[in-house]
Design a protein around this ligand. Structure first.
Ligand SMILES: [Zn+2]
Length: 261
């Protein structure tokens, strides 16, 4: 069986229900490891517990998602730093900026993102970035606080030109199954042009549902099951004209290089 690595999901999300059977299905489907991203202070302990229960399968990422920036409570930076120190294999995420949503505003999102960039560089940890319709703001933020040597642009939907500006800074680009929808074919074209040693694969489960032909594990309410990853990987490999085993190996090696170990 081909072994696939999920570079970005949210196994702690209550929309997925009890994580135990979800994890069992992932392993049966051929997923060998995943990076589980927190989204707000309230779910840090859930991510921590998952990583403790499945140390070989789960790598935790702790951070504050731009949609949750308004929920950051005073002193969050100190608590996040302590949590990262406690988990040497943890990365920082999910964080970023998003001008597609009306609220919280960029004025609220930006300082939370910049503090996380600073912390990632200070602690030498990779960081996972969500950037939606905010490329100018992203580069402005980088000018204020440069990203760490390795970082992930998750569910990357930007242009090849933007990717070429991010590559020399240390960016990895993670492909999510949602971009297999025919109306998103421009994203596949970008991934055809990216260097293979910077491509990652993710589900972003329970979000970013792939098209029906890549759903092997349906869930109610159109939630994306993280065990859909092998089918998403097969479809991306076909689109890139590459054997599935090769894409699985490349994306597994890249995830390990980016996140360590
Ligand atoms: Zn996510």
């Amino acid at each position: 069986m081909i072994a696939w690595t999920d570079a970005h999901n949210h196994l702690q999300d209550p929309r997925l229900g009890d994580p135990a059977p979800i994890i069992a299905s992932m392993k049966l489907a051929g997923v060998d490891r995943c990076i589980v991203n927190a989204t707000r202070e309230d779910d840090w302990s859930a991510v921590e517990n998952l990583a403790r229960a499945e140390p070989d399968f789960i790598r935790p990422a702790f951070g504050i998602h731009p949609w949750q920036a308004h929920t950051a409570s005073p002193g969050w930076q100190t608590r996040l730093a302590a949590l990262l120190e406690k988990h040497p294999q943890a990365s920082l995420g999910e964080c970023g900026i998003d001008s597609w949503v009306d609220a919280p505003s960029l004025a609220i999102q930006l300082p939370v993102f910049i503090d996380q960039l600073r912390l990632a560089r200070q602690l030498g940890r990779p960081i996972t970035i969500h950037s939606l319709k905010a490329w100018g703001v992203l580069f402005d933020a980088f000018a204020e606080a440069s990203p760490p040597d390795r970082f992930v642009m998750h569910s990357y939907g930007g242009s090849i030109e933007t990717a070429r500006r991010l590559l020399p800074l240390g960016a990895y680009f993670s492909f999510s199954g949602h971009f297999l929808h025919p109306r998103k074919s421009a994203v596949l074209e970008v991934f055809r042009q990216l260097p293979h040693d910077r491509i990652l694969l993710e589900t972003d489960a329970p979000d970013m549902l792939p098209p029906p032909e890549s759903i092997t594990h349906p869930l109610p309410e159109n939630h994306n099951h993280p065990a859909n990853l092998p089918a998403i990987g097969q479809a991306l490999a076909a689109a890139l004209g590459m054997p599935a085993t090769e894409l699985a190996d490349i994306t597994r090696d890249n995830t390990r290089r980016c996140f360590g170990g």
